[in-house]
Design a protein around this ligand. Structure first.
Ligand code: 5GP
Ligand code: ZN
Length: 111
């Protein structure tokens, strides 16, 4: 996808603090963290959002989710939160699907 910031992070055109990479996935620190640890997990393939996900994406979506606890452990978290903003009305700002994984605060605000 031409003008997508996360595709540019995948291609390394735009630098990021990468914490994990394999053939299908990339994970990097959020540029504007909301917690002590705040990592974005993305597929290398451009998918706009959960709204445009199809059954063919099940495998990569599942791998993204299963990566979260591994990254949490690597970062010393015993527990963490995940968030997926979907669509403009759902607070999504970057239209390349991503899972937020964050945690580390001593004072957890329950939502
Ligand atoms: P959204 O609201 O779409 O779920 O969240 C987008 C997230 O991407 C935000 O938390 C924002 O801080 C992060 N972000 C946006 N642009 C960049 C960037 O160029 N580099 C990194 N590392 N994070 C970004
Ligand atoms: Zn993209």
């Amino acid at each position: 996808m031409n003008n997508c910031i996360f595709c540019k992070i995948v291609s390394k055109e735009v630098p990021s603090s990468i914490v994990y990479e394999d053939e299908e996935l990339l994970a990097f620190n959020d540029i504007n963290p909301i917690d002590k640890v705040h990592i974005l997990i993305i597929p290398k393939e451009h998918i706009d959002s959960l709204l445009t996900c199809e059954t063919k994406h099940s495998d990569v979506i599942s791998k993204m989710l299963l990566l979260a606890p591994k990254l949490a452990k690597n970062n010393g978290l015993k527990g963490f939160r995940t968030m997926i903003n979907t669509g403009k009305e759902g607070g999504q700002e970057v239209f390349h699907i991503h899972f937020h994984m964050y945690g580390g605060s001593e004072h957890l605000v329950k939502i």
